[in-house]
Design a binder for this molecule. Structure first.
Ligand code: HEM
Length: 152
């Protein structure tokens, strides 16, 4: 049920657009969850490595995301995601990759691609027994990034 509500919220936020968006999106760089305990629910950094492995495997199987990821350096993307999510969860990591808008600008990503990626992340978190409440804390930080990632 919680999961359904979360999906509904994401779908809603993805329809948002307008002038306010640019300000909100830039404010998202560096956003974090409010408590440090969530990081433990993800199994800390080693847990995130496992989750990102499962996540990438799902992205490569899903017809809505496969073509985006099959020809990129998947190991690099996974490592960057581990650092990015670890930092979001207030773990001892620093994200040194590109800004979300710049990285995704030329990729022609649409809402279906974005929603599919969120779904694959949820599958990977479920598989690794991350509690729903902690999943939702991460998703709440990631969801607004659609404003700079979805360009079509
Ligand atoms: C909240 C959602 C997303 C987050 C947090 C995210 C995060 C990232 C990160 C951290 C990187 C690595 C950046 C770097 O190497 O400096 C990356 C790269 C990439 N992302 Fe995303 N991403 C998201 C959504 C998407 C979606 C929806 C797609 C397409 C279905 C996508 C496709 C890619 C691709 C293809 C790359 C590799 C680009 C390259 O190496 O040339 N991303 N993403």
């Amino acid at each position: 049920m919680l999961k359904k509500i979360c999906f509904a919220l994401l779908a809603l936020s993805i329809t948002a657009s307008g002038a306010l968006v640019a300000t909100q999106a830039s404010a998202q760089e560096g956003a974090q969850v409010s408590d440090a305990a969530t990081f433990k629910d993800f199994g800390e950094k080693a847990g995130l490595v496992k989750i990102m492995d499962d996540f990438m495997a799902g992205l490569l199987k899903d017809p809505r995301t496969k073509s985006s990821f099959e020809n990129v350096d998947q190991q690099r993307v996974k490592e960057q995601l581990v650092d990015q999510i670890c930092a979001i969860l207030k773990g001892p990591c620093e994200y040194k990759g590109g800004k979300m808008g710049q990285v995704h600008r030329e990729l022609g990503i649409n809402r279906e691609n974005f929603n599919a990626l969120v779904e694959q992340l949820q599958f990977a978190m479920d598989k690794n027994n991350v509690p729903f409440s902690s999943q939702n804390k991460l998703l709440a930080v990631l969801a607004p990034m659609h404003r700079v990632i979805v360009t079509q």
